[in-house]
Write a protein that binds this ligand. Structure first.
Ligand code: ADP
Ligand code: LRH
Length: 499
């Protein structure tokens, strides 16, 4: 076949990027075309997406990619979950889209769960109730601004909102919608009963696209503005970054339920594929959630505060003038030995920005553990604690789905942290297959090729094997592993840390 050029727009918390995937029938070659910072903007009390800048950067990136590759054939967007924009009858945004770290939801949590209690919500939607979920964000928006109810025409999740800006077509996609807390466990479509209970309208969400769709061509206004020659098709491919990454893993469909995955980015997402949502009390108590895969199957997982803690340490140290790279941080940790002090990375204390070093110390003091004597020991505490947190979720996944896990696939930027990858293998006592770093981008490209009927689901494994290499990591023996894990579990019991 002639080769084809697809553009993946992947919006992560560390950066937004446009990466081209050139497919020749055998393999996909990825090439970074353009990368830009993607930080939320605090405006008085609100933490918002910098959506205008993002959109401008995407246009700029497209013109760069066309200069590099010649004609571009298709584009799709993936992002993290849960955030959305509200569009009125005139096609305008009613509010700047909020970041899920915005705090407006705090005042409305109790009210929401008085309407539908947490376990009911979990059973109806499969999503673990969480502050970040779209359901609570939208509930808060409507309580704060009742006028919105009469003005909303579309609620569009972020990848779908950006595709709307590109094509003028509004359509929500399954994987990203599955992070909202609004899909029904049985139908896997928007839940009419949850929507009615909260005073939302079903029509706002539109027809749900499963398995992706072509929306149409890039709007001519944009092509003219940036002088783009390409007849670019805007595709609503796999919209959620984690679902996207799973699509790119070189695993045959029949083996997918036997392995676990760990997505290592700003968040750590640990999960496994299951045929249907698991909504038992045990799954609820274990903090697990159910989200959707591009092929319509389920992913049972836990979203943990992940390398966000490392990112915050790096950002704060850099502000103090001590420039340090992620690579340097891993080296500093490798130079130390464990002091057997642990944090619970998922404690609420660590999910908000700023003063991460002080928060870690506060956690260690409150749990009567030894304090680190230098930066390397501090970083090692975080990395070891992350690996133990992964083990805890892996154990829960096995328990609630009553099925063993043979090995673990790790991917995302965090697999460049070789200490984290090795400790994950060691602490879970399982082999790890690591790669690729840009898994979400690769999955985004695969979904476009599948929607365009250039690649079948069955052939995807073979094409992925030709497109990138993975590393195999064997677990090493850790003396007193069980004792260490007990210390981690004990430290994790603390709920509120005074800070
Ligand atoms: P996201 O898309 O969720 O923002 P990424 O998948 O880009 O995140 O992963 C970002 C994380 O990867 C960073 O927080 C950092 O901890 C880790 N990372 C990136 N580069 C390196 C590196 N060279 N060495 C070690 N860790 C790295
Ligand atoms: C990871 C992720 C995760 C959560 C969070 C908001 O990037 O998509 O699954 O939904 O972002």
């Amino acid at each position: 076949m002639n080769s084809t050029n697809a553009i993946a727009v992947d919006l992560g918390a560390s950066s937004g990027r446009l990466i081209s995937g050139t497919y020749n029938g055998e393999k996909v070659d990825l090439k970074e075309q353009f990368r830009f910072s993607n930080l939320p903007v605090q405006v008085i009390n609100d933490l918002n997406w910098d959506y205008m800048k993002i959109f401008q950067e995407i246009k700029y990136g497209l013109s760069i990619a066309e200069k590099d590759l010649g004609l571009l054939d298709s584009i799709s967007v993936d992002t993290w979950g849960v955030d959305y924009g509200l569009i009125n009858d005139h096609g305008q945004l009613l509010l700047a889209p909020h970041s899920y770290r915005d705090t407006r939801v705090n005042a409305y949590e109790t009210q929401l769960y008085q309407k539908i209690n947490k376990f009911d919500l979990f059973q109806q939607t499969g999503n673990q109730p969480d502050k970040i979920n779209s359901i609570l964000q939208l509930f808060a928006d409507l309580q704060m601004n009742p006028y919105l109810k009469d003005q909303i025409k579309h609620v569009l999740f972020m990848p779908n909102l950006i595709a709307y800006f590109l094509s003028g077509q509004a359509k929500n996609e399954f994987t990203i919608s599955s992070t909202s807390g609004l899909l029904d466990t049985q139908t896997r479509d928007f839940s009419q009963s949850v929507i009615d209970e909260l005073g939302f309208k079903r029509a706002w969400f539109g027809e749900l696209s499963k398995g992706g769709a072509t929306l149409g061509n890039l709007s001519s206004a944009i092509s003219n503005e940036i002088n783009l020659k390409s007849p670019l098709q805007v595709i609503t491919g796999v919209g959620h970054d984690t679902a996207s990454a799973l699509l790119a893993l070189p695993i045959a469909s029949e083996d997918r339920e036997d392995v676990a995955f760990i997505s290592c980015g700003t968040w750590s997402i640990i999960g496994r594929q299951t045929p249907k949502p698991v909504v038992t009390e045990a799954a609820f108590k274990a903090g697990l959630t159910n989200e959707g895969c591009f092929d319509g199957s389920n992913r049972l997982l836990s979203n943990l505060t992940g390398l966000w803690i490392i990112q915050e340490l790096q950002r704060e140290w850099s502000f103090k003038g001590e420039v340090v790279t992620f690579g340097d941080m891993v080296k500093e940790a490798l130079a130390e030995t464990s002091i057997d002090s642990y944090i619970d990375p998922n404690n609420e204390l660590f999910s908000s920005p700023n003063q991460m070093e002080e928060k870690i110390e506060a956690f260690l003091k409150q749990t009567n553990q030894k304090l680190p004597k230098n930066r390397g020991e501090l970083i090692l505490i975080v990395i070891e604690s992350l690996a133990f947190a992964y083990r805890r979720v892996i154990d829960n996944l096995v328990a609630v789905s009553d099925k063993k896990i043979k090995e673990i696939y790790m991917f995302g930027g965090g697999i460049q942290n070789e200490l984290l990858v090795q400790l994950t293998a060691d602490f879970t006592e399982k082999s790890v297959i690591a790669g690729p770093v840009e898994a979400s981008v690769m999955g985004n490209i695969v979904s476009q090729l599948q929607v365009r009927n250039l690649l079948s689901a069955d052939d995807t494994k073979r094409v992925m094997e030709h497109s990138y290499t993975v590393k195999h990591i064997k677990p090493a023996n850790v003396p007193d592993l069980d004792k260490k894990y007990e210390l981690f579990q004990k430290a994790s019991q603390v709920q509120r840390v005074d800070f």
